[in-house]
Write a protein that binds this ligand. Structure first.
Ligand code: PMP
Length: 400
């Protein structure tokens, strides 16, 4: 589907057509995104918000149009609840640091899950250490399904926030975030959702979910690296101190004291990634033109096809077999180190990721060093899965 829009895919590596199955790490960018960014630098590049001159005003308009597009895409109530960040990692660090400073005290608790990416573990550990608070984690079962029913018993009067991945990057599990949010809200606890793996595969409506924070990265949704989004409910963002200080985020500065700008600028210190925001806007337009549901159905078809072919091949342990999962196949060959398998798969022209996928607690849970991960995007096709299977046969032959 739409493979031709992604010129990078039209190349041979090791004399074989490139098969790119590392989409959970980053997706490729369609021409419309690359062109929008180069057009920006060719025609209107200028620093924003501060200038009265023509280019600055045009760049500012485009940047704010991008914010508006993001707002509509996730159905946030207000533009000022959309904060541009460098990516998911920065968004979570922002909330952990800023929410933590405002609301976490000694003895308080933060609940995450055992299937989080390190980006949704380490920032919470850092702030908890600083504030004398504690991180607790919700467990998952042998299929990689979150034990959501245990959340209630983890919550205490000391719990201040729950932070959870919408979709696990290591397992592909789609978490029941609506249920989690409902449980947490019954106890007046806000919920942050790490949407890095969900945003390009599922329709996200932050008002319908009623999440308090939601974040994602542009580069995992056919947009550029260096830009991401933090959605936060105004009622929380208003009460949180700025994450960084500098230009753009102030109302008035004297040597003695600074008053801060209103949302969203309070959280956008310094020159933002204007060209990247414009690229992200185009990536959203691109996905919307195809239709998120159509993308999800296509990826689901690839997932079913891939799993069936791998089952046929045999000798494979699937890591993450939740009934509700996205187009990520994490697996190991019995008795073969994922890294050794990965080297051979690469030589067959297929890009997969091997390792712990920045989710070491998931690997510890299963007692494995890592997995091989094939993750699909809208431009992948069934013949590419056939090439992966061919590569897997080679791995079996060489190590089997
Ligand atoms: N959370 C999840 C679930 C992810 O998959 C990733 C990226 N692998 C991140 C957070 C971090 O995203 P980024 O590196 O774009 O900040």
């Amino acid at each position: 589907m739409n493979r031709k829009d992604f010129i990078i895919l039209d190349q041979k590596i090791y004399d074989r057509p490139l098969v790119y199955f590392d989409n959970a790490a980053t997706t490729q960018k369609p021409e419309i995104v690359i062109n929008a960014m180069s057009d920006y630098y060719r025609t209107i590049n200028s620093n924003i918000h501060r200038g009265v001159h023509y280019l600055s005003q045009r760049a500012t308009d485009q940047f704010e149009i991008a914010r508006q597009r993001v707002r509509a895409f996730i159905n946030a109530a207000n533009n000022h609840e959309i904060i541009f960040t460098r990516g998911t990692t920065e968004a979570i660090n922002l909330v952990a640091s800023s929410f933590g400073k405002a609301f976490l005290c000694a003895g308080d608790e933060v609940i995450i899950t055992e299937m989080e990416h390190h980006a949704n573990i380490v920032p919470w550990q850092m702030i908890c250490e600083e504030r004398g608070a504690k991180v607790k984690a919700l467990s998952f079962d042998s299929r990689g399904v979150l034990e959501a029913e245990k959340l209630e018993s983890l919550i205490t009067e000391k719990t201040k926030i729950v932070s959870i991945a919408h979709i696990s990057n290591a397992l592909g599990t789609i978490n029941p975030i609506k249920q989690i949010i409902e449980i947490a809200h019954r106890h007046d606890i806000p919920v942050m959702v790490d949407g890095a793996q969900a945003i390009s595969h599922a329709k996200v409506d932050v008002q319908e979910l009623d999440c308090d924070f939601y974040c994602f990265s542009g580069h995992k949704m056919y947009g550029p690296m260096g830009i991401g989004v933090l959605y936060g409910k105004e009622k929380w963002l208003d009460k949180m101190p700025p994450y960084q200080g500098g230009g753009e985020m102030i109302k008035k500065v004297t040597i003695e004291k600074t008053t801060y700008a209103d949302l969203p600028f309070k959280f956008e210190a310094g020159t933002p990634a204007v060209g990247d925001a414009i690229g992200l806007e185009k990536a959203i337009e691109y996905m919307e033109n195809i239709g998120i549901e159509k993308i999800a159905n296509h990826e689901e078809e690839l997932l079913q096809y891939g799993v069936a072919k791998m089952q046929e091949l045999g000798g494979i342990d699937f890591v993450g077999t939740a009934p509700d999962k996205t187009a990520i196949i994490s697996f190991n060959f019995k008795g073969i180190h994922p890294y050794d398998a990965g080297v051979i798969i690469d030589r067959m022209g297929v890009a997969v990721r091997t390792g712990h996928h920045c989710a070491q607690p998931v690997m510890d849970h299963f007692g494995i060093p890592g997995t091989i991960r094939a993750s699909f995007a809208l431009y992948n096709e069934k013949w590419e899965i056939d090439m992966l299977i061919e590569a897997l046969k080679k791995v079996k032959m060489m190590f089997g």
